[in-house]
Write a protein that binds this ligand. Structure first.
Ligand code: AMP
Length: 211
């Protein structure tokens, strides 16, 4: 199964990706996670991406495309993968189509998670993650129950109000145009991303039924 999750920042892609990748036993490939790891490890790629990420800007296409093409060629992605946060521009979508065509495989579905802008900023500014498990929490909507976990939660550097607004603007300007691209290919599945994660999980499962 070769899947893509698309949606604005804070739509719940990361949360749903965990469930989908477990359900289909395919690797969850998050370009945001890969880039954050590169920044942390101060690799040349991380150093090139750091400033753009902090501003809420996109990392240049060639950098991200190279990283993904290499990642999906790895042995664990041979039977499928779930891409989260890629493609984010039309050139990225086209480069992915070319790479998959060259490999003789095709995408099965693109899941678009729809959440209105008004809800996004609230979701993002309260978002926290556990550096130990990678689990995602929210100060109001999903607080950590264990005080030890609550004490170690961290906020992403780009989850400030300013960076969030910049990322949302980028989403509408650069990423939304990939929606008609996949719609024309007949593989787009729309999912309402408003609601509790479990509810949304059921909608995603329903959207993928028969794929
Ligand atoms: P995410 O965790 O998906 O929200 O990504 C965090 C940040 O990483 C984004 O705001 C971008 O700066 C960068 N990034 C992640 N994926 C991409 C991509 N496909 N193209 C360009 N930049 C990306």
């Amino acid at each position: 199964m070769r899947l893509i999750l698309v949606g604005p920042p804070g739509a719940g892609k990361g949360t749903q990706a965990t469930a989908i990748s477990t359900g289909y036993a395919i690797p969850h490939i998050s370009t945001g996670d890969m880039l954050r790891a590169a920044v942390k490890g101060q690799t040349p790629l991380g150093l090139a991406a750091d400033a753009a990420m902090k501003r809420g800007d996109l990392v240049p296409d060639d950098v991200v495309i190279g990283m993904v093409v290499e990642r999906i060629a790895a042995a664990d992605a041979e039977r499928g993968f779930l891409l989260d946060g890629f493609p984010r521009t039309r050139p990225q979508a086209e480069a992915l189509s070319t790479a998959l065509r060259d490999a003789g495989v095709k995408l099965d579905a693109v899941v678009l998670m729809e959440v209105p802008d008004e809800l996004i900023v609230e979701r993002i500014v309260g978002r926290r993650s556990d550096p130990v498990t990678g689990e995602i929490y929210h100060l109001s909507f999903r607080p950590a129950q264990d005080p030890e976990v609550a004490a170690r939660l961290v906020q992403r550097a780009d989850d400030t109000r300013e960076a969030c607004e910049a990322r949302l603007a980028k989403y509408h300007a650069e990423t939304a145009p990939i929606v008609p691209y996949y719609e024309e290919l007949g593989i787009l599945r729309r999912v309402d991303g408003v609601g509790a994660p479990k509810e949304v999980e059921l909608r995603v499962a329903a959207a993928l039924r028969g794929v």
